[in-house]
Design a protein around this ligand. Structure first.
Ligand SMILES: NC(=O)c1ccc[n+]([C@@H]2O[C@H](COP(=O)([O-])OP(=O)(O)OC[C@H]3O[C@@H](n4cnc5c(N)ncnc54)[C@H](OP(=O)(O)O)[C@@H]3O)[C@@H](O)[C@H]2O)c1
Length: 324
């Protein structure tokens, strides 16, 4: 089968298209023929081993997973002997961050892993980008116990995490202020934001309102700068470690002080998570935002684009050019 392979850490050019052996499903696994996948910030982090801490998961000297790709949408091609939950020909989507492998024509998934059938009205292209940014957003929202009426500011409302976060927050009934570039203000309004701040005109950390939660979905701020925006027991969440990797440390220390605090949740990815997102898609509460599409043999260009830090929502890779 055709796959995007990298055997050392480095820039997008380390990824090449190669013929590799098609995986065989174990007794408790399914084989998925991949129609669409994505290049996202998780793939970029694992390809470049950036930040350095990634190497503890991805392999200290060289990558353990030589085929990246954590989001996928495709069809069940074969099932292991013990699999009854999925049938050959079913359309499925999911998240394979534990072993990656979606930047290829086929991947295997455990039957009880983060995989679910695709809602009938959704194409492979729309289903593929449903899990990466959204699972970070979901983990943050769940951990902070955000509920109806809570005032939440989302910085980076147009990224994969931010665009999912706005939709998931609105579904819960939160009151959302989103920060975005001038040309993306309509997009974030369309996702449900009640109020918008144009980051090219205004520094959101100088806003005169206060919030129960500040979610920095692009990790461009810090707790120190956002502290003044928070209610006395407000919560700061960030998608990044912070400029000096301070956020995990602050998440341990600030809760002891009983005031404003930092949370740095470890995202959960299991079948329940994918089923939950599927339910939101079916209810019309969540629709992943898609920016550009690339073919599998253009994947290095897709990485370069994602690494500009300016993508809108998600970048999809059409593995077989069949988006339906
Ligand atoms: N290492 C990992 O494994 C990993 C995995 C996932 C995510 N992350 C981190 O999570 C963060 C978000 O990921 P993502 O995929 O959601 O991001 P993304 O999609 O790449 O975010 C892009 C968006 O960020 C906004 N943006 C760019 N510069 C900004 C700035 N200075 N201030 C505010 N917004 C800005 C832009 O929107 P506007 O121009 O409209 O503002 C752009 O649409 C990233 O920092 C990433 O490093 C890390």
């Amino acid at each position: 089968m055709k796959a995007a392979v990298h055997t050392r850490y480095g820039p997008p050019g380390v990824v090449r298209i190669a013929e590799v052996e098609r995986p065989t499903p174990a007794v408790n696994e399914v084989l998925v023929k991949v129609h669409a996948t994505t290049v996202n910030r998780t793939d970029c982090g694992f390809r470049a081993a950036h930040p350095w801490i990634v190497r503890f998961f991805s392999g200290l000297a060289r990558p353990k997973a030589t085929i990246l790709g954590c989001e996928f949408a495709g069809e069940i091609e074969a099932v292991g002997h013990d699999v009854t939950a999925f049938e050959i020909g079913e359309r499925v989507f999911g998240f394979s961050e534990d072993r990656f492998g979606a930047h290829a024509e086929y991947l295997t998934m455990p039957r009880d892993g983060p995989i679910a059938t695709i809602p009938p009205e959704l194409s492979f292209e729309e289903a593929a980008p449903s899990t990466e940014g959204s699972h970070y957003a979901l983990s943050a929202i769940t951990r902070a116990r955000i509920r109806a009426g809570r005032r939440v500011l989302v910085n980076g409302g147009t990224g994969a995490i931010g665009s999912a976060a706005i939709q998931l927050l609105k579904e819960l009934g939160a009151v959302v202020t989103a920060v975005a570039d001038t040309e993306h203000l309509e997009l974030v309004r369309g996702l449900g934001a009640d109020r918008v701040i144009d980051r090219t005109v205004e520094d959101f950390t100088r806003d005169d309102r206060t919030y129960d939660v500040v979610l920095d979905a692009v990790g461009k701020s810090s707790f120190a700068r956002c502290r003044r925006l928070l209610e006395p027991r407000g919560i700061y969440l960030s998608a990044d470690l912070g400029p000096v990797s301070q956020n995990p440390f602050l998440a341990l220390v600030t809760p002891l002080l009983r005031g404003k605090k930092v949370m740095f949740p470890v995202p959960k990815h299991d079948q329940e998570m994918v089923q939950h997102l599927k339910g939101l898609i079916e209810a019309g509460s969540f629709k992943p935002v898609i920016d550009r599409r690339f073919r599998l043999d253009e994947i290095a260009d897709a990485y370069r684009y994602v690494e500009t830090g300016q993508k809108i929502g998600n970048v999809v890779i059409m593995v077989d050019q069949d988006g339906g």
